[in-house]
Design a protein around this ligand. Structure first.
Ligand SMILES: Cc1ncc(COP(=O)(O)O)c(C=O)c1O
Length: 449
């Protein structure tokens, strides 16, 4: 597949692998809002959006020579501080207004590194947002620490600061808020609680490149911020990650940990080594990422404009509520999420609403589910290591506490999300999305039966 921007900047095609969209792809949909008048596609009407959506990832042919140049140097490994990796780290830190950046092999290894550097160790507890990708749980478990789940605020889909303090124990070492779908957490109260209790704050900004909270970029609001450059992300390099921060000491430690524990600058560990692994990015990845920065900035602007337009339009439709952002903050919309209220749709289930919207040519899904019942956490707390590290009563109380995540349960049951590429389409395509939802609302009684 060729996604070259120079040939077809906004390729109107189906998302690769999406069986639900297999019928889309040919021709360009008329921009008239015939959708409002007709029946829903599920009831035999014409789909609101007949064309495809921009594909992902996208690249430009002009980026190729830089990658070939890396090939020809024979210097591909990112060890050290110079070359493409160093150039990207400087550029990425500047872009976020951070003092420093250390790149890694992935968002997961960025988080693993940051948690280690902030002192998370076996037998510790880390307060985590449960509404997230599974890696956020796993990075805590990999340190043999317990991911203690804060509740989710149904209005924002992010960590509810009011639910944190009751979960702090004498083992709590850090708070790990997640700027999910590129929407900033309410960081002021989170940081205030961390300060009061002497806890570290590691931001999972793996979906939040350039998101802003009160004039600062996500990833620079806690002690360390972690990003992902995996294929689906807004600045992708296949896999890849980064840690941002403002403390030279912490970033030196990150550099050392991600470079098999070798001493870096002032940080020598004990002698010349500390614990660590190999989480180094290659110069190939960095050569690609450097060239994607301008595109990230312009795509972000476009996504925001279209998201604002959708938000304004959704406010006019009963039963679909846009997500609330913290005051003075700006999201980057890795997913555009809304809260669905079945009651306003004659009891039409969220599953059927999603099916109806997909039939209109609008790919969407239900977001994260209650992953703490999937077995991962049970496997951990039933393991020999965890049983050795915590008393049985603590692990039982921990397991029982999932029942208290009422806000998160509600979010898992009512969210509907659309992937970021939809926001890179034209304004008329946003009208198709709104038209499709209006149509489903108007016919919800018939759809519900
Ligand atoms: C919220 C969140 N945290 C962590 C990760 C892990 O990043 P990676 O896939 O680069 O390891 C991701 C990636 O999808 C993510 O979305």
């Amino acid at each position: 597949m060729d996604n070259s921007l120079t040939r077809r900047e906004f390729v109107r095609n189906t998302a690769a692998g999406s069986a639900a969209l297999a019928w889309l792809g040919a021709g360009r949909a008329p921009t008239v809002l015939a959708a409002d008048a007709g029946k829903p596609a599920l009831l035999g009407g014409t789909p609101a959006h007949k064309d495809g959506w921009p594909r992902w990832p996208q690249w430009d042919e002009s980026w190729e020579p830089e990658i070939v140049e890396v090939l020809r140097t024979g210097r591909w490994c990112g060890h050290g501080a110079s070359g493409k990796v160093g150039d990207f780290e400087t550029a990425y830190a500047d872009l976020h207004g951070a003092r420093r950046c250390v790149t890694t092999t992935s968002g997961t290894t960025a988080l693993l590194t940051a948690l280690h550097v902030m002192g998370v160790d076996a037998g510790d507890e880390v307060i985590v947002s449960p509404y997230t990708f599974i890696a956020t749980y796993n990075v805590v478990l990999m340190h043999k620490a317990l991911p203690v789940l804060a509740d989710t605020d149904p209005a924002t889909l992010t960590m509810d600061p009011a639910s944190i303090e009751s979960r702090i124990t004498d083992r709590t070492r850090a708070i790990l808020p997640v700027h999910i779908y590129g929407m900033p957490c309410d960081m002021d109260p989170i940081n205030a609680i961390a300060k009061k209790h002497g806890l570290a704050v590691v931001e999972d900004a793996c979906q939040a490149w350039l998101a802003e909270y009160k004039g600062k970029k996500c990833g620079t609001l806690g002690d360390l911020g972690c990003f992902s450059f995996q294929n689906s992300k807004h600045i992708p390099s296949g896999d890849g990650g980064a840690i941002t921060g403002n403390s030279d000491e912490l970033l030196d430690r990150c550099k050392s940990y991600h470079d098999v524990g070798r001493a870096f600058r002032a940080f020598k560990g004990s002698g010349c080594f500390t614990r660590g692994s190999n989480y180094r990015m290659t110069h190939y990845q960095a050569a690609l990422l450097i060239q994607e920065i301008d595109k990230l900035v312009s795509d972000t602007k476009r996504r925001r404009e279209n998201a604002d337009y959708l938000t304004a339009g959704l406010k006019e439709i009963p039963g679909v509520e846009p997500v609330r952002l913290p005051e003075n903050s700006r999201a980057v919309w890795h997913l555009y999420a809304l809260r669905y209220d079945a009651e306003a749709f004659h009891g039409l289930s969220r599953g059927k609403f999603i099916k109806a919207l997909r039939a209109e040519g609008v790919p969407c899904g239900g977001g994260y589910h209650e992953q703490y019942y999937d077995g991962l956490l049970d496997e951990a707390i039933n393991s020999r290591g965890f049983k050795r590290l915590w008393p049985a009563e603590r692990l039982k109380a921990y397991r029982d506490s999932f029942e208290e995540l009422r806000g998160n349960k509600q979010v898992c049951e009512t969210t509907v999300g659309m992937f970021q590429t939809l926001l890179l389409a034209d304004r008329s395509d946003m009208d198709h999305i709104l038209g499709a939802i209006r149509k489903i609302h108007a016919y919800s009684e018939a759809l519900a039966t």
